[in-house]
Unconditional design. Structure first.
Length: 149
């Protein structure tokens, strides 16, 4: 039986992960354009779970710093999918709310994500996908986001 670390090295995981990400991004970019970008869809998914979330909380959930989430919210608000309102308890903080147009876009994004996930998981058992999901999630713990970013 081979050593675990030798087996992991044999799989070229960094290379495979990088290629998989680029291929998926290129494939998604080649699809008929939806109203929302993947980043905007991520924000809509967060608001679908908790509408009125603080901008900082949305940024943390999307692994983005303050400048990144601010720009994303600006672009998503310009598309009239969300609106930003000052927090009632802390005037320095902002909350993000879905608009009716954003709720419609969220429903479409959920449908689109389900189709992509079906393609990604095709040919694998639920147990295999659970392991892949656990491995991908573990990367976030092993390589935490730089708090300064």
């Amino acid at each position: 039986m081979r050593n675990k670390s030798a087996a992991a090295g044999h799989h070229r995981l960094i290379y495979l992960l990088s290629v998989a990400q680029r291929r998926l991004q290129r494939w998604m970019a080649a699809q008929p354009q939806n109203e929302v970008t993947p980043a905007q869809a991520g924000l809509l998914f967060i608001l679908g779970k908790q509408d009125g979330v603080l901008m900082g909380e949305a940024g943390a959930a999307l692994d983005m710093g303050p400048a990144g989430i601010s720009g994303l919210v600006d672009r998503t608000a310009a598309a009239r999918l969300v609106e930003r309102q000052p927090d009632r308890e802390d005037g320095r903080a902002w909350r993000i709310w879905l608009t009716p147009k954003g709720r419609t876009a969220l429903a479409q994004a959920k449908t689109d994500a389900a189709k992509i996930n079906a393609t990604l998981t095709e040919g694998f058992t639920g147990a295999e996908i659970d392991i892949v999901a656990r491995w991908l999630t573990s990367i976030q713990d092993k390589f935490p986001r730089d708090p300064e970013a």
